[in-house]
Write a protein that binds this ligand. Sequence first.
Ligand code: FEO
Length: 167
Amino acid sequence: MNLPTELKQALNAQIGMEFQASYSYLSMAAYFEANSWDGFASWMSMQSDEEREHAMKFYTYLLDRGADIELPALEAPVHQFSSPLAVFESSLEQEKKVTAAINNLYKIAHDSADYATVSFLKWFVDEQVEEEKNVSDMIEKIKRAGENPDALMMLDTLAGNRGPEEE
Ligand code: FEO
């Protein structure tokens, strides 16, 4: 079964959204690197790689379904932040937008009775719960650390110990 046009367009748009997220996380990694937060930089760099993997899952799926790839334009990401907390808050905002986009994709696939896409999207629905949780946890920890430099340094070290995600 060919992909319905609306679904094809939305899946192509999602490739762009995932690459945009990857680009944003890379910019956040650069901010942390430039300000000697090596652990946070590593966390963000790993997240940037993950987002590229997400984009490529959509890319491969579209090709597997015989659909054309139409990569959308990307925007320049924000590159200046006021604090580590501001970076993670910006990250959470971004993840919430991605979650809304995935839910919308799921709805389109379901309404189109394209159950192969519904099945494909289930991984992303679960992944977004994890992504929002990881960022929210970090925000809570940074808030708890407050202005205490030792506590923030410990969090930075902790963030640097993040391992690759298991699938
Ligand atoms: Fe691929 Fe963080 O959403």
